[in-house]
Design a binder for this molecule. Structure first.
Ligand code: PLP
Length: 385
């Protein structure tokens, strides 16, 4: 049976070159980077070279890149430490954030007495920038704004420069969750002037279990995990050297091939929109995902004009993997919080969201196969009604 993977916002297949680089490192380099002998120094050198490659690509200092285990840990470090160590007593975020930002912010409100404020979003899932500005100006409390650069379900892109300006004017700290965008867009973090950002290697054809937090030096963030003082004191624990090497290779390849891959994936996305509009009458798209100028090019969130809670299984029976919400939550077909926030109860009752997410490895033939199966499922629903 065919096997078609269209769930790249959940995770991506690793590049062969990344596997090679990691395997070579696993075979040859086994010292602890904290050891002072030659074995340790070799491991340390690999790590620091990797850190420098990433920092250079983002135009930041190597010391501002803190390796962590994933995007979730990076976001936790930034939010928790802002409250614990930087005097943040108010967090402004939105209802559309990834769970690791949402839950952590809620926990800060419940256990650390932080005021939690949600910025308004519209029915497309776009942030109301004026509301953000008003909210920021309405209080003198030390505030952290945490808003994602691209939504992992509906793909909406945030105007990071605009949010940064508002934060700078009002003295707020600004964290943007860039897990879906780092390595997919050219990004000069120093120029963007954000205080914090986050990355996860498995979203850009690197290994799982490794990521980093970008922490602007001047913020003075302190660790959540303490112990041996690795990562310049910001994250203790013996480093995942192989992961770091894999992350750096994946990052290097992502930047090198960025335009080529972006072009290929954008064309696939356009082709998917066109194919599905031609063959399924009444089809729509959630959020801004079909707006090529304002959405992440790797994500398309389809709104099928009928209710089918089993659509994920039906597609899987034909060998096609997509997502119906965010992948982290168990595969259940419950409507996700993001979809719930942007659609009316009637739309939720009568339509089915499907998130299609692409990578450089997808082809037009795979999209044809997807369109074919979705069209047949739609026809079955039309006949039934
Ligand atoms: N933030 C966003 C926007 C994501 O899409 C994800 C993963 O889906 C995460 C954070 C969490 O990243 P990780 O899987 O590396 O913990």
């Amino acid at each position: 049976m065919q096997k078609i993977y269209l769930d790249n916002a959940a995770t991506t297949p690793m590049h062969e070159e990344v596997i090679e680089e990691m395997s070579d490192c696993m075979r040859r380099i086994y010292g602890n980077p904290s050891s002072t002998h030659v074995f340790g120094r070799e491991a340390k050198a690999k790590m620091e070279l990797s850190r420098k490659k990433i920092a250079d690509a983002l135009n930041v200092l190597p010391s501002e890149i803190v390796f962590t285990s994933c995007g979730t840990e990076s976001n936790n470090l930034i939010i928790r430490s802002s409250v614990d160590h930087l005097g943040v007593t108010r967090i402004i975020t939105s209802n559309l954030e990834h769970k690791c930002v949402k839950e952590t912010s809620h926990e800060m409100a419940e256990w650390r007495n932080v005021e939690l404020v949600k910025v308004k979003t519209d029915t497309n899932g776009s942030v109301d920038y004026e509301d953000l500005e008003e909210k920021l100006k309405s209080s003198d409390k030390k505030t952290l704004v945490t808003l994602m650069h691209a939504n992992n379900e509906i793909g909406n892109l945030l105007d990071v420069e605009r949010v940064q300006r508002i934060c700078e004017e009002t003295g707020a700290l600004f964290h943007t969750d860039t897990v879906q965008t780092l390595g997919h867009y050219p990004m000069n973090l120093a120029k963007l002037k954000v205080d914090f950002a986050s990355c996860s290697a498995h979203k850009l054809h690197g290994p799982k279990g490794i990521g980093f937090a970008y922490v602007k030096k001047s913020t003075g963030l302190r660790p959540q995990i303490t112990g041996g003082g690795q990562e310049r004191g910001l994250r203790s624990g013996t480093e995942n050297v192989y992961g770091v090497v894999g992350l750096a290779k994946a990052f290097e390849m992502a930047i090198q091939d960025l335009d080529k891959h972006k072009n290929h994936i954008e064309n696939l996305k356009k082709y998917t929109i066109q194919k599905l509009q031609e063959s399924i009458s009444g089809i729509e798209f959630n959020g801004l995902s079909a707006d090529l100028d304002h959405s992440l090019y790797t994500v398309l969130n389809v709104r099928l004009p009928f209710k089918d809670a089993l659509i994920g299984f039906e597609l899987e029976l034909k060998g096609i993997a997509v997502s119906q919400g965010s992948a982290c939550s168990s595969g259940a077909s419950k409507v996700s919080a993001v979809i719930e926030s942007i659609l009316s109860p009637e739309e939720i009752e009568t339509t089915t969201p499907v998130r299609i997410s692409f990578s450089c490895y997808n082809t037009k033939e795979e999209i044809d196969a997807l369109a074919d199966v979705l069209t047949k499922i739609s026809e079955k629903h039309l006949v039934a009604h």
